[in-house]
Design a binder for this molecule. Structure first.
Ligand code: NAD
Length: 326
């Protein structure tokens, strides 16, 4: 059953509106992805956060195509997001790979297209391996950095807008210093910055910087360690799940909401867009229904007090020797 939740929209710098709650696609199974996307559209989701690296854009496109064919939604009502993988940072590779990703999704444009990481890796031909991942070789032993500067990549990203391939462009996993550098050369500033954000990693100064430049922020991995326990990451195993933390469960009980809903409401009340990932219908519905109740300022402060500066999504935590957060 579709929810009657009215998802708020965040106004981007060019006036476009981005739903504040959407569905993340990292680790979404290829076998079920199309059905999950279709189901999510039926249940009221309009924003999908995909990426080359997630390896499921074709399946995402199948779900979207089926929903459009069945008259559930029009393309113009959806907000489809993708990301440029590190192996395609050379400016001459940007447009061709965007065209391939659009073909995979079977759409003409992305509503938002990000640089996934501020890291250039040596080009891997999609015919050789796709998605290429972090390693240059098939055996996964060698990381080879590329030679593209972030300025040259951003200029190629800017060209996607007049070419009609992306309505908005953004960056992900950037630090403040990289954004300040980008501001010195960007003709178009990022519409959205996507970063890891949860009570164990508040990122307050980065959020303040974005706000002062009129840039919207999307927080990923809103549930903190949960997503990284799925990857067997040591750091995530050793830290108490936010779902079990007394501060969160006490507030959840008070509002008769789940811990997940409290975590998403905390983010959305901080003005941040969220893209929780789930495959199951109950949780899809639960995660969409996160803007119809309000936490008090005191509760928001208590949750923010859990900040520990824990960053899970650092390549080094997966044993990948890439030092972008050094
Ligand atoms: P998440 O915080 O959304 O957590 C997902 C985990 O929580 C899964 O184990 C899921 O089963 C569980 N879960 C979902 N809903 C739940 C509920 N209501 N109750 C209990 N458990 C629930 O983690 P994520 O997938 O890492 O992040 C969300 C999205 O952000 C990704 O799918 C992806 O689109 C994006 N992302 C981007 C980057 C980046 O580098 N830009 C990195 C990580 C994630």
């Amino acid at each position: 059953m579709a929810t009657d939740v009215q998802t708020p929209k965040i106004k981007l710098a060019n006036g476009a509106e981005m739903p504040q709650v959407g569905l993340g696609m990292w680790k979404m199974d290829n076998a079920t992805c199309a059905d999950v996307i279709y189901r999510a559209i039926k249940d009221g989701y309009r924003l999908f956060d995909g990426a080359c690296d997630y390896g499921n854009e074709k399946e995402g496109g199948e779900g979207v195509a089926r929903a459009i064919k069945d008259g559930l939604v029009k393309r113009s009502e959806l907000f489809i997001i993708s990301k440029l993988w590190n192996s395609f940072h050379d400016p001459e590779q940007v447009e061709p790979i965007v065209r391939k990703q659009l073909a995979d999704w079977d759409v003409d444009y992305f509503d938002l297209y990000y640089i996934h990481f501020p890291v250039s890796l040596k080009y891997v031909d999609p015919k050789v391996r796709y998605p290429p991942g972090w390693y240059f070789d098939d055996a996964g032993t060698k990381v080879e950095h590329g030679k593209a500067s972030l300025q040259s990549t951003w200029e190629a990203m800017e060209a996607l807008i007049p070419a009609g391939l992306a309505k908005n462009i953004g960056v992900s996993n950037y630090t403040g210093a990289l954004l300040l550098d980008l501001f010195t050369y960007a003709k178009t500033k990022p519409a959205v910055v996507q970063v890891e954000h949860h009570p164990y990693l508040l990122q307050q100064s980065l959020l303040d910087l974005c706000k002062s430049h009129g840039i919207a922020v999307t927080g990923y991995s809103s549930f903190g360690p949960q997503s990284f326990r799925d990857c067997d990451m040591d750091l995530a195993q050793s830290i108490e799940l936010l779902f079990d933390h007394a501060v969160i469960t006490t507030i959840a009980n008070r509002h008769r909401k789940t811990a997940a809903q409290v975590l998403l409401r905390w983010s959305t009340q901080r003005g941040i867009a969220v893209i929780p990932k789930s495959n199951t219908q109950d949780r899809l519905l639960e995660n969409l229904d996160v803007t119809s109740f309000d936490l008090s300022e005191e509760e928001i402060k208590q949750i923010s007090g859990l900040d520990r500066g824990f960053r899970f999504n650092n390549p080094l935590n997966y044993g990948i020797p890439v030092y972008n957060f050094a």
